[in-house]
Design a protein around this ligand. Structure first.
Ligand code: GDP
Ligand code: MG
Length: 304
């Protein structure tokens, strides 16, 4: 990160709401931008219901994506209350990106969203997603026309979040609309704040609590998989507990796995509280000899 860019007036930053009915492709789009990059997905214990922030920091800009609930939770119908919540999130945004689905056209829920967005004073972009599924340009144009009747947007961009088509154009458009501003979130502390980091810490804490002095601090917890692809209300987490010796592995697993089960249950309950979602937690124990003296392992475990 170039500090000159932040200190000078060359840095842009802002909040960007991603709005759309369930299954329109919001997560797919955000994941495309975030990819494997270090990012933070901050959702404090009690506020998960309010909003989820996903932060993308690049050389000269920082975008804070807001994924709004209700709209984001397919279990709920997009009722009046949901629209209110979504509006609150959108009001504090610099840019609002509305996603429509090229395959379904404009549905009742889309109408409500378009109406809500039309009342906002922010910059607005209409994206029609899933263009990989349609081959008639007329269909896209008719969606644009019908949405224009409800809400005027600053830009109209057809994309495919799945294939990546035109997503670079959308990103460029968003960045252009961002105000000049220093980053809202520290660019060099991102790794400390990931959900993964907290989850690993919770698991580590439960191990230390349950094993007391038998297990020294020479354990590391690595989150190998963390995803909510199957359902937005449930996160599947696979974590590996690394120890230095076979004897430590035995202690953590316990008689017929009883200790690992206890650690897993306690950790899961806390993680569910932290994430505000159901959690399926899978724990593995592996021996990695003398990892504390191994540079690669230290980096792998996030200590460097
Ligand atoms: P969300 O509920 O708005 O977050 O939607 P998701 O991102 O979870 O996507 C819902 C489904 O639509 C998933 O099966 C995605 O793979 C699919 N999807 C998302 N974007 C596209 C796209 O551009 N084209 C196609 N064909 N499918 C997509
Ligand atoms: Mg989603």
């Amino acid at each position: 990160m170039d500090n000159e860019k932040i200190v000078g007036n060359n840095f842009k930053a802002g909040f960007v709401s991603i709005i759309g009915k369930p299954n329109v492709g919001k997560s797919t789009l955000i994941n495309r931008y975030i990819g494997e990059k270090v990012s933070i997905v901050s959702s404090k214990p009690q506020t998960t219901r309010d909003r989820i922030l996903v932060i993308l920091t690049e050389e000269n800009y920082q975008i804070i994506f807001i994924d709004t609930p209700g709209i984001h939770n397919p279990k709920h119908k997009l009722g009046e209350r949901m629209v209110k919540e979504a509006e609150r999130g959108m009001e504090n945004s610099d840019v609002v990106v509305v996603l429509l689905d090229a395959t379904t056209g404009i549905a009742e829920e889309d109408n409500m969203i378009l109406k809500a967005v039309s009342r906002l004073n922010t910059k607005k972009i209409l994206t029609i997603n899933k263009i990989d599924t349609v081959n008639k340009k007329d269909e896209l144009l008719s969606i644009v026309d019908r949405s224009k009747a409800i809400c005027e947007f600053d830009e109209y961009i057809p994309i495919s979040a799945l294939t990546g088509e035109n997503t670079d154009v959308l990103l460029e458009c968003i960045v252009n609309m961002l105000p000049e501003s220093p980053p809202y979130y520290p660019v060099d502390q991102l790794t400390d704040k990931t959900e993964r980091f907290h989850v690993a810490e919770i698991i580590r804490e439960k191990i230390l609590l349950n094993t007391r002095d038998e297990i020294p601090h020479s354990i590391a917890v690595v989150i190998e998989d963390f995803n909510d692809e199957e359902s937005p209300d449930r996160v599947n987490i696979r974590a590996v507990i690394y120890v230095e010796r076979e004897s430590q592995k035995k202690i953590i697993i316990g008689k017929q796995g009883s200790m690992l089960k206890k650690i897993g249950t306690e950790a899961r309950l806390d993680i569910e509280k932290f994430l505000g979602r159901h959690v399926y937690l899978e724990l593995w124990v592996k021996v990695y000899e003398k990892w504390r003296k191994n540079d690669y392992a230290l980096r792998l475990f996030g200590y460097k």
